[in-house]
Design a protein. Structure first.
Length: 213
């Protein structure tokens, strides 16, 4: 039975790859990179700097359903990479239509719910007057990231979503030894993302938050 199920999954995966051929090349590549994270409510993936991603950089920027941001793994060592993203609703719609047998409706509905819960959990953290480092764009199935024995809250939310939460909860961002308003951060999303640091495990972007009062 396990062999049969494995064979069926392989056939479904091959069919899924064939079905994607009708989509723009940048969407095909983005889906290939991102889809393994979707069940955790994520529509993004961190990738190291490489020629294949650089080739589609402009295409991802121009595509209304996708985006790509430059990220930094180490500022001291100048190790960089990219955050490849898609609209979650667009991604889920494609997976539901083209990935039958690999993804099922229940899992995809759960993915959308997971994203909503991540937003709510982040807001709850602020209600507790949390101050310090958190992870955004988290790809884990849990809401923590551990680095060198220290655990940090981490959520499957975008920086734009975090800005909205901060604005509604009276929070700001501790950047450059100054707590900055969410409006300032949201107006410079690309620069802020590049100034932050990707977790060593490449599963979140770290940023510091603090109450405004």
């Amino acid at each position: 039975m396990e062999v049969k199920n494995s064979d069926a999954l392989m056939r479904a995966a091959n069919q899924f790859a064939d079905n994607l051929d009708k989509y723009p090349i940048e969407e095909q590549m983005a889906i290939t990179m991102i889809s393994k994270n979707v069940l955790n409510g994520c529509s993004w993936e961190f990738v190291r700097n490489n020629p294949e991603v650089r080739k589609i950089y402009d295409l991802l920027k121009k595509n209304p359903n996708c985006d790509i941001k430059e990220v930094t793994y180490s500022h001291d060592k100048k190790i960089t990479g990219y955050l490849v993203m898609m609209s979650l609703n667009h991604l889920v719609a494609i997976l539901a239509k083209e990935g039958l047998g690999v993804f099922n409706k229940g899992d995809l509905d759960a993915a959308l719910e997971h994203r909503k819960q991540a937003v709510q959990s982040c807001a709850k953290l602020m209600k507790k007057n949390y101050r310090g480092r958190i992870g955004v764009y988290c790809t884990n199935d849990s809401q923590t990231i551990t680095v060198d024995g220290t655990s940090y809250p981490a959520f499957a939310i975008t920086l734009n979503e975090l800005c909205d939460i901060c604005n509604s909860m009276g929070y700001g961002f501790n950047l450059g030894n100054k707590v900055r308003q969410s409006a300032e951060v949201s107006s410079r999303i690309d620069a802020v993302i590049k100034a932050c640091t990707v977790a060593p495990s490449s599963n979140a972007l770290f940023i510091d938050i603090a109450p405004l009062r």
